[in-house]
Design a protein around this ligand. Structure first.
Ligand SMILES: Nc1ncnc2c1ncn2[C@@H]1O[C@H](COP(=O)(O)OP(=O)(O)OP(=O)(O)O)[C@@H](O)[C@H]1O
Length: 774
């Protein structure tokens, strides 16, 4: 390896050394290039003096020498070409060569004299020394800082990636993985690889523990080496929290670690694991508290959230309203709205206005939105406030903050209340990563904060949100606890309800049912656990089409086509499924329905990404939060334009998606951020509603079929719900209550704070805690 880094030829392998004449093609995203080379030296049987080389490498500098390792391929159309597996710049090794190289056009601002000084000071290993430690240049006389920095940057640009690719290829890494590793560590990549290959498992997406093991074994890191065991502990804990837990009980955690270590010879005892776990705890890489193991970020998020919640609970409510006052105002609203609030609805309005924090829960159609509107209107009337944002300014900010975890849920909230609503991330001024503009130093402004779909909020986001709540702001948490818990760790809403420490109102009476909705009735049957075949009989807005598994796909296609014939657009019809890779999974449904709903046509452009074809008119879903472009995980849009390379300023292929009118552009490399959305997962549909929902349910899904999953799917539909498949599998799923409780310590922490004498609380407030930095 060392030889290679110094630019020497490895003549054991097939190679071509030659001068780059010109680039024929280069694609930046895929790092793919084709170039013409004048051969200077080779051990391959190539007769011509020039050859076309192709493979995954950076654009070559014209006139420079390179060494390529690869295979001669006979292309049916273009004849002999060289398929490059590895390549490197032919770095000069003599002092004269290095001076020539450094003073060439490749290095901005380095002339012959400076190059000579560098070589005189650092010797014929000057390039390697600079790359290893840029401060080596400090010893070179008369070399200004900015020139030195520029030289290091240029050297890294020309050398860094090539070195890393070559070195990583020795370990069997393909170019894609090498690129990821290089992006993460730049020229530190090899250092990390040698010191602790397990670090890749945590930093590089898609890098498994086994792979790190393979590298470690080449570096004589033994199976019971502390680095390996510690990495396994952290890896197992990361995997564990991905199931939604906030902590892992230490007594049964060794099992999880042993599974990662795959210790067939029984070399590693529980004692060794405990020892390394303790070491990790001493270094605060994990937190061990009362036998529970936490990742620090989750520990601080949970304890931080509880502290903030406690602070909000202790806030004084600015003004208490008497029942008589409230009844008068609510009566006025009832007249204006032409409805009469039910008993529990009135109780909810009264309690919310008189509490600093309250939870409002209820199934679909029980009037949660109606109550939210009631609370806002009653507050406005009693405090003589306007509901129009235009009537407020910086001196008196708008009193109502409405928010929800997803863009669609926020939009729905805005449409149904007429009050502006934004996503929680937007409200907090999220700028990516863990950076939020709003926190305890720069809190939110307003009087009433209402958060809808709170069951979707994980412990990280709950902590960020509560930190930004100022003194005197009243908080209403709204949700449906029977839906799926948050994707991220924690079960904040259900923990808060179970704690019984926060005023809560559960709306039970269903109002929409009175309008004859079978969907709502089914949802409530599911919630109560009384769902049977009778609940599945056909109605105006509901149809369960029973059919054997092989028929499910054609039936869905038929239903979809019929809905389109009736004039529904692609946005209205949503297929929901629990799994990606089954026969009736999300992938194959998307593939089939794309053919039906948006088939190829001469008028439509396409872009191919592996086995997916994106076409203008396709319905797509955003898969990650992208605050810079204003699109968030779960947003659904339509491809409105596809551009070819020569049609864009960047000279790159591009695709434009319109998300409800907001246009976002994607280069080819960004396409992993989206996927087709004819069918989406039930998890991703949380917080959204659709006029028509089509839901396949087959025995093959049985592992996934649980009450909260099916309930979430069913309650996404507004006008029409069509379930296709196996009635028995559906009913069995509804009767299977998810008993996989998540491990959290939210309730205990809250209890502990509430039990604490007041003086302790005051001490706490003065102390700086890690939450202040999270
Ligand atoms: N007290 C009431 N009297 C008459 N109609 C009511 C009452 N409360 C709610 N409704 C009506 O019931 C329907 C459902 O109410 P609302 O949208 O507030 O429920 P929700 O719990 O927010 O439902 P979802 O979660 O499904 O959106 C609406 O049409 C609403 O006008």
């Amino acid at each position: 390896m060392e030889e290679q880094l110094e630019g020497q030829l490895d003549t054991e392998r097939g190679f071509i050394k030659g001068e780059s004449l010109r680039m024929i093609y280069h694609n930046d995203e895929e790092h793919f290039s084709i170039a013409l080379i004048r051969i200077e030296e080779t051990n391959e049987s190539i007769e011509d003096s020039e050859v076309v080389v192709k493979g995954h490498f950076s654009p070559l500098d014209k006139g420079e020498m390179y060494i390529f390792y690869g295979d001669v391929k006979d292309h049916p159309k273009f004849g002999e070409q060289y398929q490059v597996n590895h390549y490197q710049k032919d770095i000069p090794t003599s002092k004269e060569g290095i001076v020539l190289y450094l003073s060439s056009d490749l290095f901005y601002g380095i002339g012959k004299t400076t190059a000579e000084r560098i070589v005189a000071t650092l010797g014929d290993r000057a390039i390697q020394r600079i790359l290893q430690d840029p401060s080596a240049l400090d010893d070179v006389p008369y070399l200004k800082r900015d020139k030195a920095d520029q030289l290091v940057a240029d050297l890294r640009k020309h050398q860094g990636f090539e070195h890393v690719v070559i070195a990583l290829s020795e370990y069997g890494f393909g170019l894609q993985m090498a690129q990821k590793i290089y992006e993460a560590y730049q020229d530190r990549a090899l250092e990390v690889l040698q010191d602790n290959p397990y670090q890749f498992v945590f930093d590089i997406d898609g890098f498994g523990f086994k792979r790190a093991d393979e590298i470690a074994s080449k570096h004589q890191i033994s199976m019971d080496h502390p680095t390996r065991i510690q990495a396994a502990c952290l890896y197992a804990l990361n995997q564990w929290v991905q199931q939604g837990h906030v902590y892992a009980p230490s007594d049964r955690f060794a099992e999880e670690v042993l599974a990662v270590l795959n210790d067939e010879e029984g070399m590693i005892s529980n004692d060794i694991i405990s020892r390394e776990m303790k070491q990790l705890a001493d270094e605060e890489k994990i937190i061990l508290e009362e036998g529970n193991l936490y990742l620090p970020s989750l520990y601080y998020a949970e304890s931080g959230f509880v502290q903030q919640l406690h602070r909000v609970m202790l806030n004084e409510v600015e003004e208490e309203y008497t029942q008589a006052e409230l009844m008068k105002i609510v009566g006025e609203i009832e007249d204006e709205e032409d409805l009469s609030y039910g008993k529990e609805q009135f109780e909810a309005i009264e309690k919310a206005l008189n509490s600093n924090i309250m939870i409002l829960t209820g199934g679909p159609g029980t009037g949660k939105t109606t109550v939210i509107k009631g609370i806002i209107t009653a507050y406005a009337k009693m405090n003589r406030k306007s509901l129009k944002p235009a009537d407020y300014d910086q001196d008196e900010p708008y009193p109502f903050l409405l928010t929800a975890p997803t863009g669609r849920a926020a939009k729905r909230m805005n449409e149904s209340t007429g009050i502006p609503a934004v996503t929680i991330h937007r409200l907090l001024g999220w700028t990516g990563g863990e950076a939020f503009e709003r926190d305890h130093n720069n809190p939110l402004a307003g009087k009433i904060l209402i958060i809808d779909e709170f069951s979707m909020v994980d412990i990280w986001l709950a902590n960020q949100l509560f930190r930004a709540i100022p003194e005197g702001m009243q908080v209403l948490l709204v949700g449906d606890d029977d839906q799926l818990p948050s994707v991220g760790p924690g079960q904040v809403l259900s923990d808060l309800i179970s704690s019984e420490k926060i005023p809560a109102v559960q709306l039970q009476e269903v109002y929409r049912q009175k309008e004859g909705s079978k969907i709502i009735q089914l949802a409530h049957d599911m919630k109560r656990g009384t769902c049977n075949r009778q609940s599945l009989t056909k109605a105006n807005d509901f149809n369960f089409i029973s059919c054997p598994e092989p028929q499910v796909l054609p039936v869905i296609e038929k239903v979809y086509a019929k809905a389109m014939e009736k004039g529904h657009n692609l946005k209205d019809i949503q297929i929901l499924a629990p799994m990606y890779r089954s026969k009736i999974g999300i992938h194959s449904l998307n593939h089939d329905i794309q053919q039906l709903a948006n088939p190829p046509s001469r008028q439509k452009r396409e872009i191919q990404l592996k086995d997916l074809t994106y076409r203008t008119g396709d319905k797509v879903i955003q898969l990650i939060n992208q605050p810079e472009s204003g699109v968030y995980n779960g947003d659904i849009g339509e491809i409105v334009a596809i551009y070819k390379e020569d049609e864009t300023q960047e000279q790159k292929e591009k695709l434009t998606v319109s998300f409800e009118g907001k246009e976002v552009e994607y280069l080819r490399k960004d396409l992993t951020q989206i996927t087709h959305a004819y069918c989406t997962s039930i998890h991703k549909s949380q917080g959204s509603e659709f006029p028509i929902v089509i839901l396949p349910v087959v025995r093959g899904f049985s592992r996934m079929l649980r009450r909260n999953l099916l309930y979430t799917a069913v309650t996404r539909s507004k006008q029409s719900l069509i379930i296709c498949g196996d009635e028995e599998a559906f009913i069995r799923g509804v009767n299977t209550v998810d008993t996989n409780q998540r491990y959290t310590t939210l309730q205990e922490r809250l209890q502990e704070l509430l039990d604490r004498p007041e003086e302790d609380e005051q001490d706490d407030e003065e102390e700086l805690s890690p939450y202040d930095f999270m």
